[in-house]
Design a protein around this ligand. Structure first.
Ligand code: ADP
Length: 378
């Protein structure tokens, strides 16, 4: 049964708003996407009003879920601070468990805050770590997934959240085609694959839909994926961040309760400059950088095994030393890493006894070590 926008609007017309009018007349709704039983939209209000609208968001979600044929409803409350004097007021504190919060994605933080004070930790998850890169195409997602599998091989309970909302690649990398179901508490159940609990915005929307989301809605959707997903008990949740170091990434780094961040770089100078920006971004919001990984570090011939340093191997290691952050390891540019990624069977899973799996596991061990250090320091 397909659900129409009109059905959604009819349901929302019965929801009251703090402005004394029906939600549909309050002038706060984004465009509504109703696709194949899945409904997405946002309620956009000013940050100073966000608290009053939390209940409305929940009521709207309930009303939409009650429409026959709706299988999934993701309704984000996005709050933007207006320009002018009101911009100086802090957004209302986020104190409940529902996870949708004022995003204020266009305003980067001016002063550093402790990573633990800015957001409550997620119950059941011991450590959330971000995998980031200064730019796209350096192999961030491939590394995030194989690193998650490497951590799994160390005996840890691991989840993977694909927060690369502009181009979610985890569905392709894992071959997952199914949609997450809701449990009795209306939380999304992550898809289990390769022993990992996996969630991606790509499971919920078509790639094109994800691309057009505006900044505040991106943050809201990611927060919802973090907190409205039944992750269960995890030792580590690996978050595959959107590439880059713009305001959206900064806000994400600031709003997700991160224990640490890992930066992926290729050896080229250009990529290293971007990596430096990534490092500066995490430092700005006081998230410990657990280390740098050099991906596509050297070319390893699939036939003879000869190593060629086509990108000037070693750049990231030197950079890490110079910047005083740990160097976590080098991953070669190898055909089987690409082929296994593209076929949805990551190399750590499909070639567990091969040299690449060993590299990812070794990096995983270093990450675990760094995390233990970070926890002890905290
Ligand atoms: P990003 O997330 O940074 O955009 P991806 O992980 O999607 O990058 O990787 C981009 C492309 O590079 C993919 O085709 C992937 O298979 C390939 N790739 C990534 N790392 C390696 C590697 N070490 N060796 C060979 N191919 C790789």
């Amino acid at each position: 049964m397909s659900v129409t926008q009109q059905q959604v609007l009819d349901a929302l017309a019965k929801v009251a708003s703090p402005r004394g009018v029906a939600l549909t007349n309050a002038g706060v709704l984004s465009a509504i996407t109703a696709n194949d039983g899945k409904v997405f939209f946002s309620i956009n209000v000013d940050a100073t009003e966000a608290r009053a609208w939390e209940g409305v968001r929940a009521a709207a979600e309930e009303a939409v879920r009650a429409i026959p044929g709706v299988t999934m409803a993701m309704i984000a409350l996005t709050a933007e601070r207006k320009a002018g004097p009101a911009a100086a007021a802090p957004p209302p504190p986020h104190s409940h468990s529902h996870g949708v919060q004022p995003a204020a994605a266009h305003k980067p933080p001016q002063s550093p805050a402790s990573p633990m004070s800015k957001q409550s930790e997620i119950p059941g998850i011991a450590a959330v770590i971000a995998v980031a890169s200064g730019k796209g195409g350096v192999g961030k997602s491939t590394t995030a997934l194989n690193l998650a599998l490497g951590l799994r091989d160390l005996g840890l309970r691991v989840g993977l959240l694909d927060a690369d909302i502009y181009g979610p690649s985890v569905p392709r990398l894992t071959g997952i085609r199914e949609k997450p179901q809701l449990n009795d508490d209306k939380k999304m159940i992550p898809i289990t694959r390769f022993g990992l609990a996996i969630m991606s915005i790509g499971f919920l929307v078509e790639e094109e839909t994800a691309m057009i989301w505006r900044g505040p809605m991106v943050m809201s959707a990611i927060t919802q994926m973090l907190r409205d997903v039944a992750w269960g008990t995890l030792d580590v949740l690996v978050v595959d961040m959107p590439p880059g170091t713009g305001d959206a990434q900064l806000t994400l780094a600031q709003n997700v309760p991160l224990k640490g961040a890992i930066i992926i770089s290729t050896p080229q100078d250009l990529s290293l400059i971007d990596a430096r920006r990534g490092l500066a971004m995490f430092r700005k919001v006081n998230v410990p950088v657990l280390g740098i990984i050099e991906n596509m570090s050297y070319f390893q011939c699939p036939h003879c095994g000869t190593q060629s340093d086509i990108f000037g191997h070693g750049g990231a290691r030197h950079e890490a030393e110079r910047l005083g952050v740990p160097f976590l390891g080098e991953i070669p540019l190898h055909m089987s890493i690409r082929a296994t990624s593209d076929s949805g069977t990551p190399v750590v899973e499909s070639e567990p006894d091969g040299p690449h799996a060993a590299i990812y596991r070794a990096i995983g061990a270093k990450v675990r070590e760094q995390l233990q250090g970070a926890t002890a320091a905290a």
